[in-house]
Ligand binder design. Structure first.
Ligand SMILES: NC(=O)c1ccc[n+]([C@@H]2O[C@H](COP(=O)([O-])OP(=O)(O)OC[C@H]3O[C@@H](n4cnc5c(N)ncnc54)[C@H](O)[C@@H]3O)[C@@H](O)[C@H]2O)c1
Length: 312
């Protein structure tokens, strides 16, 4: 039986707890906020129950029994095979947590950070066990969205990356490897490029915030739920990607010659977008909407499990 220590019982830590327990692992979950830790079992029961309704987990009670909450990082990682760090997204916190992990976790345990954008070379270089550190960036929530981006630092061992890949695959996740460290890895760089253009289009009055979202929700996003942008353009011209680029490349080239300015993310510009979108949701409404999203994602995950990939 393998054991994972999960550091941070927030959105991502709890979701990883579902992934690992569903895969048969014992889970030790910790958080510096006793309230977050106390709330975790109820929220985990809810997520596992929701998964079971969509046939995404066989025995939610057995999964729950495999998860224990513990008060300190040291107890969480004392005898584990793997650590999934899910603490705050700042370099100083990642540095503090990884320093403690490198001392407290068994020498053979892999130390993976869930960071959304921070490469591990910014905090792991001086650690004795730096060869076992890497980023394993999930998509929220990882128990319903399988992609995980593995991003090694230059000194991360090949064995660490290979073992991490194997573990995530066995858990039913879909790992990709980031071949050179890049802030934001692959997914958030793509998301950032799209958000910059979206903020420009709404901010400069080309369309409403609502219509911008419809464009993805009822357009681009439908294909993207089962094929990537390269496979998409392959099928949008009879001669494949080269033909597509010959037809539409000049237009994309003109657009690319005037990229959105960094000012689209200024406070003034983002306040304008937030205002156009509407009032901040009440906490209960926000929580209900997150559950609705997870329910839709679970239905999509169940559908994708049944659907066959195209094979030539
Ligand atoms: N939310 C997302 O969409 C998303 C997606 C992918 C990756 N991530 C990354 O996952 C990580 C966690 O994000 P989140 O959304 O779960 O945040 P969150 O705020 O929901 O949870 C973070 C938790 O860490 C706890 N914490 C703070 N310091 C700690 C410490 N020293 N030791 C143990 N616990 C500590 C906090 O009390 C909190 O409960 C971040 O690095 C984030 O960038 C987030």
């Amino acid at each position: 039986m393998s054991t994972v220590g999960i550091i941070g019982a927030g959105l991502i830590g709890r979701s990883w707890a579902v992934v690992f327990s569903r895969g048969g692992w014992d889970v030790r979950l910790t958080d510096t906020d006793p309230k977050a830790l106390a709330e975790a079992p109820r929220l985990l029961r809810q997520s596992l129950g929701d998964c079971a309704r969509h046939d995404l987990v066989d025995d939610p009670r057995a999964c729950l029994r495999r998860i224990s909450t513990v008060p300190t990082l040291e107890e969480a990682v004392a005898e584990v095979d793997f650590v999934q760090e899910c603490g705050p997204e700042t370099v100083s916190e990642k540095a503090r947590i990884f320093k403690a992990l490198d001392v407290a976790a068994p020498a053979a345990a892999i130390l993976a950070s869930s960071s959304s954008a921070i490469v591990s070379s910014r905090y792991a270089e001086k650690l004795a066990g730096r060869a076992r550190c890497l980023v394993a960036h999930p998509v929220n929530p990882p128990h319903l969205v399988p992609l995980v981006e593995l991003c090694p630092a230059p000194w991360t061992s090949k064995e660490t990356v290979a073992a991490a890949r194997c573990i995530y695959e066995q858990l039913g996740q879909v790992p990709i490897t980031v071949l050179q460290e890049a802030e934001g890895f692959i997914l958030n760089r793509l998301q950032g490029a799209m958000l910059a253009e979206a903020f420009r289009l709404v901010g400069e009055g080309y369309c409403s915030a609502e219509d911008l979202d419809k464009t993805v929700r009822e357009g681009l996003g439908l294909r993207w739920s089962f094929m990537g942008p390269l496979e998409t353009i392959e099928l949008n011209a009879p001669g494949g990607i080269a033909d597509y680029c010959a037809r539409y490349g000049p237009f994309y080239k003109r657009v690319a010659s005037e990229p959105p300015s960094p000012n689209v993310f200024s406070k003034r510009a983002t306040d304008k977008i937030a205002h156009a979108w509407g009032p901040v949701l009440e906490p209960e409404v926000q929580a209900a909407k997150m559950r609705w999203r997870d329910d839709r994602l679970a239905a999509l995950a169940a559908h994708k499990k049944r659907a066959k990939a195209f094979r030539k």
